[in-house]
Design a protein around this ligand. Structure first.
Ligand SMILES: C[S@@+](CC[C@H](N)C(=O)[O-])C[C@H]1O[C@@H](n2cnc3c(N)ncnc32)[C@H](O)[C@@H]1O
Length: 219
């Protein structure tokens, strides 16, 4: 998707992807990864997700990236966090004691800013890309995190022809075929979530599943 697509979504408050709570799947599955307290976790395309707060509460250093400035500012004001702001080339760094959020394009984020991250969390980032861009995103994510990094990936799958994304349908086959070059992949669960998604029901999407993967960066 072009940056303008997301800037328009944020400007018009069409942010149906934003959850008003920490993602229950994160709470359920993150502890299984056994990420050591004090480790750094990278969260690409984070929006103003409360998941950042959950990860910080686990004693982790959170490093995140988000394109839209209003989203970044809302994250810090909504959570009453005072923040230091610094311009770093084409990105702006927003920093609290435990959370560093780079506002700007993930694809131009310098790798030295995230190279110390040994964990990562992707919710609604991979599935925000149409198929033509998805492989490039995977490559960029793999480039930004350290070898052996462990993380969670949450995807949605449905018959793509039934609805225009985002979120785009990402099948288990796609994940295995396109991410195995960079990651060891284990699917932890796959649930039927149609009943909880009225937008998909109203568009008569016949089925909708949500999967959670445990990934380990190869290398
Ligand atoms: C579907 S939302 C998901 C947000 C968040 N992960 C969540 O769970 O609420 C995708 C986010 O990616 C951001 N985004 C899109 N393209 C980006 C890019 N090239 N670099 C960084 N962020 C981007 C959008 O502004 C949007 O906030």
């Amino acid at each position: 998707m072009q940056p303008s697509f997301w800037h328009e979504k944020w400007a018009s408050k069409q942010i149906g992807f934003h959850l008003g709570e920490v993602n229950p799947l994160l709470i359920e599955h993150w502890p299984q990864l056994n990420v050591a307290s004090g480790a750094s976790v990278f969260v690409p395309m984070c929006g103003k997700s409360l998941d950042l707060c959950y990860l910080a509460e686990q004693g982790l250093e959170v490093v995140a990236c988000e394109l839209n400035q209003a989203a970044v500012e809302q994250f810090f004001t909504d959570n009453e966090l005072s923040v230091e702001v610094q311009t770093l080339g084409e990105h702006t760094r927003y920093c609290t004691e435990q959370i560093t959020l780079y506002q700007g394009d993930l694809f131009t984020l310098p790798t030295h800013l995230t190279a110390h991250c040994t964990a990562f969390y992707d919710r609604a980032a991979l599935i925000a890309w149409p198929e033509a861009m998805r492989q490039q995103y995977v490559k960029q994510l793999a480039k930004l995190i350290a070898p052996q990094s462990i993380g969670l990936l949450i995807t949605l799958d449905y018959p793509q022809a039934a609805l225009n994304g985002p979120p785009f349908a990402v099948s288990d086959d796609w994940v295995m075929a396109n991410m195995s070059e960079y990651f060891e992949i284990e699917r932890l669960r796959c649930d039927d979530v149609l009943a909880q998604n009225p937008r998909f029901i109203s568009k008569q999407v016949p089925w909708l599943t949500e999967s959670v993967y445990r990934l380990v960066r190869k290398g």
